[in-house]
Write a protein that binds this ligand. Structure first.
Ligand SMILES: [Zn+2]
Length: 468
């Protein structure tokens, strides 16, 4: 062996060095990819409270009042041990309902288990919304106003969900049920509003036949194929009028009946408290129709304590025509489809909006929000009325929903935050939610935010899921 050769490192040594290097770099790359993926993957979490119950459905507790026998449901986290419930209908406080929630096995059985949510980490939201962040439509943190945020106050705390409303350097205010950002009323898109709407009632399978009494069997205008809903024909018009001849038009309406007068903000009231019940001014309805069917025309009238818009809707086989007041009318063509489509009409944030759940077609300003005592005194029990004008419309689904009516701390109608570098979060279930109003009057730390709940369903599916 020559000395020259002896000084050369062995061939195998060089190979194993290269091999080791390749192995190490491959492992590091793999680990990095795995870590990165883990940050991007949606996570799953349990809904622990009822703050966001209308949209996410958390645990519920059902209780029947011994005095008036009304069964009512409360969010589990509003039920405090050893405190009697207060009936929302008759006001009775039932001492027997003051029980230990942790200990009472019977009660545990009546509690529906919580549900899971899927959420994306803030890091992945930042990459998903890179464009929006660059153009200022999203916060640098990756959040957008109205997001359902998953947050955790400390390492040992439970993860919770609430809606993000206020961001650093903003002034947030609640006033008469609405949220104001830097003095401006927050106006949602139709889709956003549907996503956070609270379902009040739903019907299935109502058929709207041609109006008028000329048909042989005097078919009622609305035929219900299922008895489970509470829609009624206008009481005067259930039976044809005594002297009505065949040629006379019998006026019929489908009226959504609210138990008292106007729609109110009752949902899951706090189990032990009574909060102010106020008439709701922001509500709407949506219906599902098969598009290929022949033409029809209906009139819809909405009654809120401040205004009573009347909307004419016409379908001519390929396009919708919507008309509200003389000056505002639109036509919207719909591509021919065999699938049923949804049409939604709502009064929201001072506007009358209409469209399909994911596309807004129509938006016009409603008269400004001044309580009209004349309307209010009429105590209308029918917030929504639909009258057939012509044609035959089968409604597969009809949903009536309302917007969230925000209140300030306690029963106060207003509250203002200037959270500096922190967040303002509110729950949709206003009566039960413990949020920025009482828990973090100075705001919630931005570090507590962990992710954004992914809403994979369409806004209509979210509403349908609220059906009990
Ligand atoms: Zn009662």
């Amino acid at each position: 062996m020559s000395p020259k050769l002896a000084n050369r490192p062995g061939r195998w040594f060089v190979y194993s060095l290269i091999g080791l290097f390749l192995f190490l770099s491959l492992s590091i790359t793999l680990a990095a990819i795995l870590l990165l993926r883990r940050g991007r993957l949606p996570r799953t979490g349990l809904i622990t409270g009822s703050s966001m119950e209308p949209v996410l459905r958390g645990p519920r507790f059902s209780w029947t009042c011994p005095d008036c026998s009304e069964t009512q449901e409360f969010g589990l986290d509003t039920c405090k041990s050893h405190q009697p419930f207060r009936c929302r209908w008759c006001g009775t406080r039932d001492p027997k309902s003051a029980v230990d929630f942790e200990a009472d096995a019977n009660i545990q059985e009546r509690i529906n288990p919580g549900e899971q949510v899927r959420y994306a980490t803030l890091r992945s939201m930042r990459s998903i919304r890179a464009m929006e962040i660059a153009t200022g439509r999203a916060q640098p943190s990756g959040l957008v106003r109205g997001d359902i945020v998953v947050f955790q106050e400390s390492q040992s705390a439970k993860r919770e969900v609430k809606r993000a409303f206020g961001f650093p350097a903003e002034q947030i205010a609640i006033e008469s049920g609405d949220v104001f950002i830097n003095g401006e009323r927050w106006c949602k898109s139709l889709e956003q509003s549907l996503r956070q709407s609270i379902l009040i009632n739903a019907w299935e399978g109502a058929e709207l036949a041609e109006n008028g009494g000329s048909q042989k069997n005097q078919d009622p205008s609305w035929v219900f194929t299922d008895r489970a809903f509470e829609g009624v024909l206008s009481p005067d018009n259930i039976e044809p009028k005594e002297n009505a001849s065949d040629s006379q038009t019998v006026e019929r309406k489908l009226q959504f009946v609210s138990p008292k007068t106007h729609l109110d903000n009752q949902l899951q009231l706090n189990a032990h408290d009574s909060h102010a019940i106020v008439p709701i001014q922001d509500f709407g309805f949506a219906f599902q129709v098969m598009t290929p069917v022949a033409s029809w025309e209906i009139h819809c009238q909405m009654h809120s304590p401040v205004c009573e818009p009347e909307i004419a809707i016409e379908w001519n086989g390929s396009e919708f025509k919507l008309k509200y007041a003389e000056e505002s009318a639109i036509s919207q063509s719909i591509p021919r489809t065999d699938k049923p489509i949804w049409l939604a009409i709502a009064m929201v944030d001072g506007y009358l909006v209409a469209g399909s759940p994911d596309e807004e077609w129509f938006r016009t300003k409603l008269p400004s929000k001044v309580k009209d005592t004349a309307i209010e005194n009429r105590k209308i029990q029918y917030p929504i009325e639909i009258s057939p004008i012509s044609g035959n419309l089968k409604l597969d689904q009809l949903l009536v929903f309302r917007d969230i009516h925000y209140r300030g701390q306690g029963d106060s109608e207003s509250q203002v935050w200037e959270p500096g570098d922190r967040l303002v979060v509110l729950g949709d279930n206003v009566s039960c939610s413990s949020d920025s109003r009482d828990r973090w009057p100075d705001g919630l730390s931005t570090q507590a935010a962990k992710g954004v709940v992914l809403q994979v369903e369409s806004p209509m599916e979210v509403l349908l899921r609220q059906r009990r």
